[in-house]
Design a protein around this ligand. Structure first.
Ligand SMILES: [Zn+2]
Length: 136
């Protein structure tokens, strides 16, 4: 189901809790909501649709990649950039890693450890920040 986007900073700054298989519907709602905003957005975190669970979706090429409980194990190649966010107005400066190693559970709750680079790595970092209650 396509959900409205939360813009309240009070809501966005609350850290999210670990997700469980019972949060599968949250994942589906994130996929549906990202698809509805595909022209303006490359990722979403669950708290942006009002659910304080650690679930994110990022556009990875042609695939919308769902991640439960994502964690950055390692980052390399720090750089400064500007980002926009569907929950905020305008762009803001931030620091990111060019390459990250991430552990996460996929849509079937299978564990993965994978390295991501470039735009998808940037989107994952932005959405994990949301899980931690951090807005750019
Ligand atoms: Zn955002």
């Amino acid at each position: 189901m396509i959900k409205p986007i939360v813009t309240s900073l009070i809501m966005l700054r609350m850290p999210s809790e670990e997700a469980t298989p019972e949060d599968a519907q949250v994942g589906q709602d994130l996929l549906d909501t990202l698809a509805a905003h595909a022209h303006e957005c490359v990722g979403l975190a669950a708290n942006m649709i009002g659910v304080h669970k650690r679930v994110i979706v990022v556009q990875d090429g042609s695939k919308a990649r769902l991640m439960y409980n994502p964690d950055i194990i390692r980052g390399a190649g720090e750089y400064r950039t500007e980002e926009a966010c569907l929950s905020l107005q305008g762009t803001r400066p931030t620091a990111r890693w060019r390459r990250i190693k991430v552990s996460y559970l996929d849509e079937e709750f299978h564990q993965h450890v994978r390295t991501f680079t470039g735009e998808v790595a940037q989107a994952i970092q932005h959405e994990i920040d949301h899980c931690n209650g951090v807005v750019i």
